[in-house]
Ligand binder design. Structure first.
Ligand code: NAG
Ligand code: NAG
Ligand code: NAG
Ligand code: NAG
Ligand code: NAG
Ligand code: NAG
Ligand code: NAG
Length: 514
């Protein structure tokens, strides 16, 4: 076993490290950043996502079993991905319509060495200037499907060029951007945003100059809007999942394991974009099946991108990151959408494949977060120290020591939080530790929750009354964190956590665009 580990370590190191006195540095790799939106951790498996699973099994891949989205809605999590900062440091403590603040001193793409050519296919969610031009945050070339109704993005132009100006790309099933219902896509599947996002990325790969005479490197962000609502997979996949038995291993899950979550049951009314409620067995099943069908469709799109890289013989030259911006409750605990501290919302998949051959697929069981992605990429391309000098608020950590096997953890616990969303009572801070403790502070009424994720990964049992000492220990850590960050009396007063009843604390003092 020891020998094997040593072998893994040496091989993994060969991919990245070099002896500066004897050899010239290895060329930095091409980079592929795969983002899937609203993709919950437990949705990926050999059955639902064969291509992503295969990626995780590459000998140079590391699978993270405890990756989190600190602020689990689209825009604050993407601010973390862009800046390498946690919520208090990038300043978006809840949902804003866009990540349109232009005053961050560094961004992931703008800090890459100049021989990187950057391209985005799919979703940025950075919004537009008043004149309608998309904000790029440093990405050079954009082919966007942002999933925002009011914008005419590159996908909308493509769709209208194929179907005519009056056809609504969102007409499937009368679904909307946050609907909990599912329906089969009504157009040809090559018109679907998931197909389009994959095709734009493949097209870029096919036209890039990979010849040895070129000094250019690729940074390709392929950012899928789905499986975010609308749950509108092609009919073949919709049929595949809706025809499964509700008790099949793929679809069976204990959707409401606890009793603390009964308060969210609300069967009298389930509006199109409900944030809570139980729609009943049949409708709930169709929703879950449609979500997983959307997951598999995204996996197919990613598989096609990876196939292109394989066919060009370039797999070893690529450093690949797959992460989701946040999860999807999809009805569990009688909750829908995201923005909650619970696992379905905040726990996300993360797989990183290094360039080079690697020494065996690895699994890392300590907490990592979206803010670590940019920092890791900067480390891999050799600019991290420089970037940190420009931006002293970067508090993500490089995961390189975890990828090489040099370390098994980079921190003891990670902080999560979200300002009011959907309903004023949804407003919280939380901490999650490497050994599976999750402490939650509900800011609306000052109530607390405690889960042991090791024993209870579905968060059925709130242990706050059974383990008061543990609650106290973690409350103290949260208070300490607020004090260290200088959050002030709206957060901690006379050593105690403060209830926060209004939604005005949407941005922290560090938000550079107040
Ligand atoms: C790097 O190479 C030099 C010269 O061969 C050698 O003395 C040194 O020990 C090597 N360093 C490492 C870390 O292998
Ligand atoms: C899995 O990945 C490997 C390495 O990238 C590739 O050679 C192989 O074709 C993939 N298998 C499938 C089934 O996609
Ligand atoms: C739109 O505004 C941005 C920001 O002022 C500017 O950089 C860009 O050139 C403008 N685009 C057009 C087409 O006018
Ligand atoms: C479509 O959805 C809207 C809003 O939820 C609803 O008012 C309308 O009745 C629906 N139409 C159909 C045809 O289902
Ligand atoms: C049921 O949910 C809807 C929206 O999801 C909300 O407007 C309504 O107040 C809820 N009713 C109860 C009794 O919780
Ligand atoms: C929040 O939810 C509660 C319970 O469902 C409801 O009574 C209240 O009206 C909601 N508040 C808002 C602002 O939606
Ligand atoms: C969580 O549960 C596991 C498994 O039952 C147990 O070994 C561990 O001690 C528990 N952790 C805490 C902090 O109580």
């Amino acid at each position: 076993m020891k020998l094997l580990l040593l072998f893994v370590f040496l091989n993994a190191c060969n991919a990245i490290y070099y002896n500066s006195s004897t050899s010239s540095p290895p060329p930095p790799p091409h980079i592929l950043l795969l983002i899937t939106d609203q993709f919950r951790y437990d949705a990926w498996s050999p059955l639902t996502t064969p291509n992503l699973y295969n990626l995780s099994q590459s000998p140079s891949s590391t699978t993270f079993t405890k990756a989190y989205s600190s602020t689990p809605t689209c825009t604050p999590s993407r601010a973390g991905l862009l800046t390498g900062r946690g919520p208090w440091n990038h300043g978006m403590l809840g949902y804003d319509s866009e990540v349109d603040c232009l005053s961050y001193p560094t961004t992931l793409p703008s800090s890459l060495p100049s021989h990187y050519q950057t391209f985005v296919s799919g979703k940025d969610h950075f919004g537009t200037y008043p004149n309608g031009t998309f904000i790029s945050q440093g990405y050079q070339n954009l082919q966007l499907y942002d999933g925002l109704t009011e914008e005419i993005d590159h996908y909308d132009q493509f769709f209208k060029s194929k179907m005519g100006p009056d056809i609504d790309p969102m007409a499937t099933g009368n679904l909307s951007w946050n609907s909990w219902r599912g329906a089969p896509y009504i157009y040809e599947e090559n018109l679907h945003p998931t197909s389009w996002t994959s095709e734009r990325a493949i097209n870029y790969l096919q036209n890039f100059d990979f010849s040895s005479s070129s000094s250019s490197k690729m940074f390709l962000k392929a950012s899928f809007h789905r499986p975010h609502s609308p749950y509108d997979p092609p009919k073949r996949l919709y049929d595949k999942y809706t025809s499964m038995s509700p008790s099949s291993p793929t679809l069976k899950r204990n959707i409401n394991p606890g009793t603390w979550d009964d308060k969210f049951k609300n069967t009298t009314e389930m509006p199109a974009e409900a944030w809570n409620g139980d729609p009943g067995e049949e409708e709930g099943f169709i929703s879950r099946a449609s979500y997983l069908a959307s997951v598999e469709f995204v996996d197919e799109g990613i598989g096609a991108i990876l196939d292109e890289i394989n066919e060009q013989g370039l797999m070893d030259d690529f450093f690949i990151v797959w992460v989701a911006d946040h999860g999807d409750m999809n009805g569990d605990h009688n909750l829908w959408r995201k923005g909650y501290p619970y696992e379905e919302s905040a726990h996300v998949p993360m797989v990183i494949k290094m360039d080079g051959e690697g020494g065996g697929a690895k699994v890392v069981d300590s907490v990592v977060e979206i803010r670590d992605v940019a920092v890791t990429v900067w480390d891999v391309v050799g600019v991290l120290e420089e970037v940190k000098e420009k931006d002293t608020l970067i508090n993500g950590l490089s995961l390189l020591p975890l990828l090489t096997g040099e370390k098994t953890e980079v921190r003891d616990y990670i902080d999560l939080e979200h300002n009011q969303v959907y309903n004023s009572t949804i407003h919280w801070n939380a901490l999650v530790s490497n050994n599976g403790v999750k402490y939650i502070y509900n800011a609306w009424d000052g109530t607390e929750m405690l889960f042991n994720l090791t024993a209870d990964p579905r968060e059925a049992n709130d242990l706050k009354d059974k383990q008061p000492e543990l609650v106290k220990e973690w409350r103290t850590k949260l208070i300490q964190m607020f004090e260290d960050e200088g959050r002030g009396e709206e957060w901690v007063k006379e050593g105690e956590l403060v209830e926060r009843r209004d939604a005005s604390l949407e941005h922290s003092l560090n938000f550079p665009c107040l």
